[in-house]
Unconditional design. Structure first.
Length: 115
């Protein structure tokens, strides 16, 4: 029988973006990784949306149905690519944010005061 630690393991990818920062069960590395991945997915969705815009306007009824399915496809494709790490933007963001947010500059020694 195995007993897990006192804090349950939380999968950052299952949490909404708004609740990542305040979640005490996630490490700072997990938070930075997930925010980077979600940013990459948002950017990919925007790219796919622009790429898949129809060249010619279709009939009104078809446009609504096609728009819904197109959005669903864009969302799934963007999330899938982002989770695979194939695009690479999330990795670059993780590196940059890691240097800026997680690795604080070493404290400067305080010079002794003269009396």
């Amino acid at each position: 029988m195995t007993i897990d630690g006192t804090h349950p393991r939380v999968d950052a990818s299952q949490l909404p973006l708004e609740s990542l920062a305040g979640n005490a069960n996630l490490s700072d590395n997990d938070k930075v990784d997930e925010v980077s991945r979600q940013f990459e997915a948002v950017l990919l969705r925007q790219i796919f949306q622009d790429i898949r815009k129809p060249v010619l306007a279709s009939e009104e009824g078809d446009a609504t149905v096609n728009g819904i399915y197109s959005d669903m496809i864009n969302n799934q494709l963007a999330d899938s690519i982002s989770r695979s790490g194939a695009f690479g933007l999330a990795r670059s963001l993780q590196s940059q944010l890691g240097h800026q947010v997680l690795h604080h500059a070493p404290a400067q020694p305080i010079a002794p005061t003269k009396k």
